[in-house]
Design a protein around this ligand. Structure first.
Ligand code: GLN
Length: 546
């Protein structure tokens, strides 16, 4: 079947959840056994997301092939339960560097190279090639930013041209505000935005409307009128409580049938088993009191910086039949506190997690939290930096290496965390960390082994530093278990305490966690947090009754 295209744009403002909408549409098509995948265009001139600040841009997501991409890719992979690769991510930086390289190598001899047709043709070729290489029935194209921005204008133009020769359905995401004083949903911003879209030569096939509450019938009619659409092509996207329920919410509005029709795929039958499986994996049936997981990091004010960690915890909670409450703790704030205050703040934790991060700021606060977890028997999960700090804490407090630290923060200390050999030669900082999926071998009989249920694992990475092997003998003698090593070299991949559940991993298992395939390590962490919570409750009730 020749690939069809669905282009998702935003005409009014960004930040409306275009990634979730695009993922939901791809998921709906997958319920019909169609091979549908999303790609994303981002207008910035960075080659990829690797050099961006997570505090501003949200999490940098890492794909299996090592591409550092926008956090929307995390949403795509979680919804679709499929791995993607770097070709699905198109940025202004990639396109411009490629066209200039082509011009320099004589690829356009004799022409003056222009946005139209040279750059737009290159975009169209790339989009069509991706669709062909991946053998897709439908390629969804999410366009970052807002129509009218200089940044994505040439891309929007390329999509207009694509529609001249291929089957393209355009979906516009807009926002319907409501003024509290008037109590009425206002359509004017969308009317103006739709005018802007038509100015670019695009008539949407559907408009999807974000709003604080369900669209009033009157609002829907008015939007339809100004969008040149029949009312059922105006789709409601009000805040559903769980993003994973979005595909079903759209389907209730008959969106699936209308879309298939527009794509010329009417008559395709839905596979109810796939819908039921999805429903089952996303529905948390637990009625229990939630357990509390404290996340101690330095970007906690912007939860998007840890999007995959949060999602992986949710998947693990559903898999364990429990609810969780996240207690976000700014690690730097813990640094100014004495031990009693830190104890007090962390005392409600059934589990403590230190996520990945870069730079020294806040690391001493994270180390205090790790010490608390180790000494008080609280389950601990350390991700990447969280493993490195777990090793530093142990080196200082148990092995007596008082000045233990990381080369990343202080080259003059005992560097129990050191720079990787191959990193020492690196001069350019973009895309040069240890990135993507790497295999590791777990030591049999360890807690890491029972978490994964296998000794051969593969997880995604993004780091420059590693445990310094000169200290391994000391660590082992002092009972810090080195529970996994990289498969093809001598890098420490996992560490654990002997006393209770405390595991650090150099990898980011959160990147591979999906509702239909939760991370085994997160599952094991939540399981031990649940056990601790219930043994705590038991102890409390004994105290009360005696
Ligand atoms: N900053 C550490 C390193 O580069 C950890 C990176 C991370 O947590 N992703 O090794």
């Amino acid at each position: 079947m020749e690939t069809k295209f669905v282009v998702v744009l935003g005409s009014l403002l960004s930040g409306l959840g275009k990634g979730i909408v695009t993922s939901s549409i791809a998921k709906i098509l997958s319920f019909y056994n169609l091979n549908a995948m999303p790609m994303k265009f981002d207008g910035y001139l960075n080659y990829d997301c690797g050099t961006m600040n997570p505090f501003r841009h949200g999490e940098v997501f890492v794909l299996e092939d090592g591409s550092e991409v926008d956090m929307d890719f995390g949403t795509y992979e979680r919804f679709l339960n499929r791995n993607m690769n770097g070709a699905f991510s198109m940025t202004g930086g990639k396109i411009f560097s490629e066209i200039i390289a082509k011009e320099r190598s004589g690829g356009f001899l004799g022409s003056d190279v222009q946005i139209v047709p040279h750059l737009t043709n290159m975009i169209i070729e790339k989009v069509e090639r991706l669709a062909k290489n991946e053998n897709l029935d439908v390629l969804l194209v999410e366009t970052g930013g807002t129509v009218g921005d200089i940044e994505n204008s040439y891309f929007v133009e390329a999509m207009r041209q694509l529609a001249l020769k291929r089957k393209v359905v355009f979906i516009d995401l807009t926002y319907v505000p409501e003024l509290e004083t008037v109590g009425e949903q206002k359509t004017k911003p969308s009317q103006i935005a739709l005018r802007g879209l038509r100015q670019e030569g695009i008539q949407p096939d559907f408009i999807i409307c974000r709003a604080n509450r369900k669209l009033d019938e009157k609002t829907r009619d008015k939007l339809a009128l100004f969008a040149n659409l029949q009312r059922e092509y105006v789709i409601d996207d009000n805040d559903v409580s769980d993003i994973y329920g979005m595909p079903q919410y759209f389907m209730k509005q008959n969106f699936d049938k209308l879309l298939l029709n527009r794509l010329g795929l009417e008559g395709k039958a839905i596979d109810e088993k796939l819908v039921a499986k999805w429903d089952d994996c996303i529905t948390n049936k637990s009625q229990n009191r939630p357990i509390t997981i404290s996340i101690v990091g330095k970007y906690v004010n912007l939860h998007d910086s840890y999007a995959s960690v949060t999602e992986a915890l949710k998947h693990a909670a559903v898999a364990n039949g429990t609810n969780i409450k996240l207690n976000w703790l700014e690690s730097e704030a813990l640094e100014g506190m004495d031990e009693a205050m830190v104890d007090d703040i962390l005392s409600k934790s059934d589990g403590i997690l230190v996520p990945g991060g870069f730079g020294k700021r806040g690391t001493e606060g994270m180390i205090s939290a790790i010490r608390y977890a180790r000494v008080k028997g609280v389950p601990y999960l350390g991700l990447c930096l969280g493993m490195q700090l777990m090793v530093i804490e142990y080196a200082r407090d148990v092995c007596g290496i008082k000045d233990a630290g990381s080369m990343e923060f202080d080259s003059a200390c005992s560097n129990v965390i050191d720079m990787m050999e191959e990193q020492k030669k690196v001069e350019r900082l973009g895309g040069t960390m240890r990135l993507g999926g790497w295999s590791a071998v777990i030591r049999p009989g360890t807690a890491s082994h029972s978490a994964y249920g296998t000794t051969d694992i593969n997880e995604r990475h993004r780091h420059r530093y590693e445990v310094n092997n000169a200290y391994l003998k000391t660590f082992e003698e002092m009972n810090l278990v080195i529970s996994a090593m990289a498969k093809n070299n001598n890098l420490v991949e996992m560490t654990e305490w002997k006393s209770h559940f405390g595991i650090g991993t150099q990898a980011h298992p959160e990147f591979k966690s999906r509702p239909e395939n939760p991370s085994p390590l997160f599952k094991a962490f939540i399981k031990s947090a649940v056990e601790r919570a219930s043994s705590h409750e038991e102890r409390e009730s004994i105290k009360v009754s005696t």
